[in-house]
Ligand binder design. Sequence first.
Ligand SMILES: [Zn+2]
Ligand SMILES: [Zn+2]
Length: 177
Amino acid sequence: MLLDLNKLRGAHEHFERTFAPAAFDPPDSDYRVAAPVELVLDVHPLGGGAFGVAGRMKARLQVVCSRCLDPFEVPVDASFDLRYVPHADDAGEVEREIGEDDLTTAHYRDGMLDLIDLMREQFMLALPMKPLCSEDCRGLCAECGTNLNKGQCDCAPRWEDPRLAALKSLLPREKEN
Ligand SMILES: [Zn+2]
Ligand SMILES: [Zn+2]
């Protein structure tokens, strides 16, 4: 959804919107939006074409556990305080003087603020690099792929006695000599 910054009526605008998961199609490869997303937003002009955009969003994202590969949901409750400046392609000389090296500076194009992009950005910041379904997730058996949170497999006992495995690997070599 695009917010037309030129149509802001006053010095300060307040928005409250709920976005259906389908608004985020096509889904990002890192997560899927699992419930309607609530966004509260305050926009005010800062002068020189810049806008202050502060707000909060609540969402539930489905991600895949990095150990056991099972999907699970992560609640996201993110606050943000951003400064939007025109994209370099659109900006005049004055706007280009605004420092763009800090993380809270974002860009808009053609007078439009893309709220879906803004929220996608916040999702990525909120999600852990390696999501875990639980702190003590036992992951998958490296041999057969069994999810060890759900049950044991036959590979596990052999893994528990590395001395036996070492002996077995020595026997055929001795015969060859
Ligand atoms: Zn897991
Ligand atoms: Zn196994």
